[in-house]
Design a protein around this ligand. Structure first.
Ligand code: PRP
Length: 293
């Protein structure tokens, strides 16, 4: 086995072995400049070569338990799994990927007028705890059928009247002639930690979070360069405040300046129209590799 017997303090990170979060979790670790070598025989653990971490590859359902039991110090897992398992773990960072909804869905042919629809119905799900909480909040009595996979086929084979499941693009529901009628909760990838993590491991965790945040921030932002007429510079600066404030340099052509700033990806398309109206030209938008505040 690689590393687990080592005396040096290492932070053990549990990630999903395969599935929705697995590739993005590994990509985040790689983009944070951490190289690790996997134990080829068992593919259960790998060890950071240039950063004190060990990575455990687990089923996502098991990650909250491993972290609560302090077998792993932190885990990267869907928030929906954390809610469902209800273990004693702390969410220390939201990662903004693997966004999805946990929704109730019913056959497309059914009429839906509101949550009362579910009174006395059989609902299939892998998330009985989340479902029970929702039903209690709505004061609805229904029958919960807990199944571990292929929940979406349950209504079609007569096992249930409705389902509660993860919805991302919605295509699984469409393929199974179902429609989403209630969003019960929303989820994204999060980092969970054991509340008992000691100071040495907390220090490694903080260093790791610093790197993750720089990577995540860079993904959400773009570097923007444009040419602007001087008379509209103030208005353009108010649209592009940047990290501190934009860089402005005079162009050789009189009355014009070049402006460099950072723009949030989500706001970009709204802002671009306003920039054009203010006379901005030659707008370049460039990806950012890492972003440290
Ligand atoms: C979930 C869910 C659906 C699918 C929905 O499964 O159970 O099958 O995603 O995604 P869509 O709205 O984009 O079609 P997941 O891939 O997470 O794997 P699972 O079988 O482990 O639940």
């Amino acid at each position: 086995m690689i590393g687990l017997e080592s005396k040096q303090e290492h932070l053990r990170i549990a990630i999903q072995k395969e599935g929705r979060l697995s590739d993005r979790s590994l990509e985040l670790i790689r983009e944070s400049g951490i190289y690790h070598v996997q134990d080829n025989k068992r593919k259960l653990v790998s060890r950071g070569e240039n950063f004190p971490v060990e990575i455990l590859y687990l089923r996502d359902d098991d990650i909250p338990q491993y972290v609560a039991d302090e077998v792993a110090d932190i885990g990267i897992v869907g928030e929906n799994v954390v809610m469902e398992k209800g273990k004693n773990v702390e969410i220390v960072e939201r990662l903004g990927f693997a966004r999805c909804r946990v929704s109730l869905a019913i056959p497309q042919s059914e009429m839906y007028r509101g949550p009362d629809y579910f009174r006395g119905k059989r609902i299939a799900t892998s998330f009985p705890r989340i479902l029970q909480k929702y039903l209690d909040e709505q004061s609805i009595q229904a029958e919960i059928h807990e199944i571990s996979g292929s929940v979406e086929i349950a209504p079609g084979i007569g096992l249930a009247d409705a389902i509660l499941d993860v919805v991302s693009t919605g295509s699984t529901l469409i393929h199974n002639r179902l429609k989403e009628v209630e969003v019960v909760t929303r989820s994204e990838a999060v980092i969970i930690a054991s509340p008992g993590t000691g100071p040495a491991k907390r220090k490694i965790l903080n260093d790791l979070l610093f790197r993750f945040q720089a990577v995540q921030r860079s993904k959400n932002n773009r570097y923007i360069l444009l040419n602007a007429p001087n008379e509209n510079l103030e208005q353009i600066v108010s649209l592009l405040p940047g990290m501190k404030s934009p860089t402005i340099m005079p162009l050789h052509e009189k009355g014009w300046s070049s402006l460099h700033s950072v723009v949030n990806e989500d706001a970009f398309w709204d802002i671009i129209e306003k920039l054009k109206k203010l006379g901005a030209q030659g707008i370049l938008v460039i990806p950012i590799e890492k972003m440290i505040l």
